[in-house]
Design a protein around this ligand. Structure first.
Ligand code: 3H9
Length: 687
């Protein structure tokens, strides 16, 4: 870390260089304090420019310090000293000015930004509030209502929006430093703007805070930080600057130590780590400049759209002209949907579609660097596709299968170059869902595996390496979720009660509502395959419902009944009667929300421990990412592994022992018992 002071005439240039993102470590805070003193004492300096080296302005407090006690100098003091400096400071912003980074900029007398900059206070996404005056200075600069939006959503704004909000004084093209020095020179000849801390706040209309609270609470659901951040802004509007900043700091420090903040931090750091697994350090991925998708159904179209969103030209291959046409319509519907929701302009949608070449001629694939097969889940069909691909693709092209349940080893069997083949398991809808399970076979080379990770980064997805087992990581755990949900029904709970309990735990939907939405038929198909392999999947009620043709919303009923044209689930008498029949011989228990969540979540953790033990996942944190990004596990709980760890693994084992003694779950596996003794899960890297 360095903070260098150089001079251009009477202007001091303070350059922060603290890679990768200039986070405000203790050393950087100290150095900034010292820079203020040095510049204050230098008679030859009239103004200072604060600029950063590397790809970004200061991107915030150093998150890795949040597990330790806060060490001085504290950021509020750094910001206050810049604001009170004898010479005006100009913040020259490129990249991201986030969190503490924006708070530092708010201490400066002027802020200018490069066109590509973005600014925001994303603290609530880490389960905290701003802690260095952000909630107190921001409303004084841009207005209360605008500040409420920015702080409670945590979403950054681009430079143009920041200028419109008066968050920056100017957006500049050309050389940022030159522009900033010019502003600093000019500043010497002008009265200094009133420091933000001395500015007053206009009153809000009656009912403003009540309305804001309602709307923030509705969006935040069970996350605590957004409402606490709102309370800080309210305090800023009702009390003097010093009282409000003290309140904000107190709130920040309290939340920094909270369980939600620890969970959200864990997810934030795990997401970053997932993109660059250390085991692939130094491995060069293959270049992907043109991608192809075979199969234009829901999955294939979603994958093609995701590739186009990332700017890659895409070839869509289907078996005949009519199927090509259908595939193109599927893709174009996705972009039309984006336009309808205001996410992109119609001309952008047209440009995305123009980058898709639909064809039934495999010969065109000679141009592709990567081909993703997304045809029907049938081994013979998939194998046939790959044998055609081998004939037409370049020898260095990567070939991937988007299977959910088939064994990639079997799909790739007989390939002449199996080392360039791997599984890329997208989640539906593929243009929306962030998770990408990357499944190498025993023969996939490290370079091809690294290409999967590089692709995920390009698509803005979260990549997780998964080993080959039935359902990989995510769907394997999902089977346990569903089996447990049925055990609950057989022992006295109802679909409505189970779904409500899981929503109360923080899931967007309960297991039965989710099955009705997605359809019960796919899982039934997989259970049939499992039976053929000699396995005995547990789904007595679901099997009966499928036999009755109750496949969920699409067939007018599943776990619930649905009134014609409606999606609201209604308890079903037929389902109730079926549960009673299947429950014969089961002891009936009284279930409350907490015990229902335990009976579902903790067996998932047990399965996850097995997955880790078998090497099907590399790190416990990867399993957390799978469940958060593929299955809606609440981010603020950190994923099932983090949740179990925080809860105490010994307690988890104890609950599972009790459940299994009543026949309500499998026994805790040896790996989970060992993790409980060791105090944590071991990662594969560590073995
Ligand atoms: C805050 O500021 C609180 C204050 O109000 C109060 C203080 C008193 N700290 O994302 P990337 C690392 S709260 C430490 O892949 P990109 C990251 O782990 C903070 N490290 O890059 C990764 O490490 P590695 C408010 C951080 O270009 C590397 O940088 N600020 C931090 O795709 C590259 O990260 C935020 O919440 C950090 N704050 O995106 C901003 N940030 O290379 C969080 C990143 O070892 N950060 N790292 O894997 C971001 O949103 C993105 O990182 C950013 C760059 C947009 C900046």
């Amino acid at each position: 870390m360095t903070v260098a002071i150089s001079h251009e005439g009477a202007i001091a240039i303070v350059t922060v260089d603290n890679p990768p993102v200039n986070a405000l470590s203790q050393a950087l805070r100290q150095a900034l304090m010292e820079a203020v003193s040095v510049i204050d004492a230098d008679e030859s300096v009239t103004a200072a420019v604060l600029i950063c080296a590397g790809r970004t302005f200061i991107a915030g407090a150093d998150v890795s310090e949040f597990d330790k006690p806060a060490a001085p100098p504290h950021l509020p003091d750094v910001v206050a000293s810049i604001e009170a400096a004898k010479k005006p400071w100009v913040a020259a912003i490129h990249g991201s000015a986030l969190g503490g980074g924006l708070e530092v900029a708010l201490g400066c007398a002027y802020r200018i930004a490069a066109v590509s900059a973005n600014l925001g206070l994303p603290e609530v996404k880490l389960g905290i509030t701003p802690g260095a005056g952000g909630t107190v200075r921001l409303p004084r600069l841009i207005g209360i209502s605008e500040a409420v939006d920015l702080v409670t959503t945590g979403s950054p704004v681009d430079a143009r929006k920041a200028e419109a909000l008066r968050l920056v004084d100017a957006v500049v093209g050309g050389d940022l430093l030159e522009n900033a020095v010019a502003v600093a020179r000019d500043a010497a000849n002008r009265p200094r703007p009133q420091p933000i801390c001395e500015r007053s706040l206009p009153a809000v209309d009656a009912g403003f805070w009540e309305r804001a609270e309602k709307s923030v609470a509705a969006k935040a659901k069970r996350e605590i930080a957004p409402l606490r951040a709102l309370a800080c802004i309210r305090r800023a509007s009702e009390e003097d600057f010093a009282t409000a900043t003290a309140f904000e700091r107190e709130t920040f420090l309290e939340l920094r130590g909270s369980a939600q903040a620890a969970a959200l931090r864990h997810v934030f750091l795990s997401e970053r780590a997932a993109a660059r697994p250390p085991e692939l350090g130094g491995v060069t991925p293959r270049d992907v400049r043109c991608a192809a998708v075979v199969g234009g159904g829901t999955m294939g179209a979603g994958i093609a759209a995701a590739l186009r969103d990332a700017g890659l030209p895409v070839i869509l291959v289907e078996r005949d002209e009519a199927a090509v046409e259908r595939g193109l319509v599927n893709i174009s519907r996705i972009f039309d949907g984006f336009v309808k929701r205001g996410r992109i302009l119609p001309e952008v949608a047209a440009e995305r579609m123009a980058g898709v070449t639909g064809t039934d001629d495999y010969g065109v694939l000679a141009d592709a660097d990567l081909v993703i097969e997304a045809v029907f889940e049938d081994l013979a069909v998939k194998r046939a596709v790959f044998s055609r691909l081998e004939m037409v693709c370049r020898a260095d092209a990567v070939l991937a299968t988007n299977t959910s349940y088939l064994d990639p080893e079997e799909i790739g069997e007989g390939l002449a170059q199996p080392e360039r083949f791997l599984g890329l398991h997208f989640f539906s809808p593929a243009h929306v869902m962030k998770l990408l399970e990357i499944v190498p076979t025993g023969k996939t080379t490290a370079g091809v595996l690294a290409t999967g990770f590089a692709l995920a980064r390009l698509l803005g997805k979260i990549p997780v390496r998964a080993g080959i087992c039935d359902g990989f990581i995510g769907n394997r755990i999902l089977k346990v979720t569903r089996a447990q949900a049925e055990r609950l029904l057989l022992s006295g709970a109802t679909p409505t009660v189970v779904d409500a309990a899981m929503r109360a735990f923080g899931l967007p939907m309960g297991p039965f509502e989710a099955q009705d939405l997605g359809g019960l038929d796919i899982a039934a198909f997989q259970r049939k395959a499992a039976h053929e392999r000699g396995e005995v999947p547990f789904a007595p009620v679901a099997d009966r419902l499928c036999a009755m043709g109750r496949f969920g919303q699409k067939s007018g009923g599943g776990w619930y009944d649905y009134r014609h044209g409606e999606r609201a689930p209604q308890p079903s008498e037929i389902v109730g009667a079926t549960i009673v029949e299947e429950a014969a011989g089961w002891r009936q228990e009284t279930w409350d929300e907490v015990s229902i969540a335990d009976a579902i979540i903790l067996p998932m953790v047990n399965e996850a421990a097995l997955i880790l033990e078998e090497g099907m996942a590399v790190r416990a944190a990867d399993i957390d990412l799978v469940k958060i990004h593929g299955y809606g596990f609440p981010r603020w709980r950190g994923g099932p592994m983090h949740y179990a760890q925080e809860r105490g693994l010994a307690e988890v084992v104890g609950v599972l022992d009790r459940l299994s003694a009543s026949g309500l779950a499998e026994q805790p596996c040896a790996a989970l018992r060992r993790a409980a003794e060791d105090g944590g899960f071991r990662s594969l890297e560590g073995r």
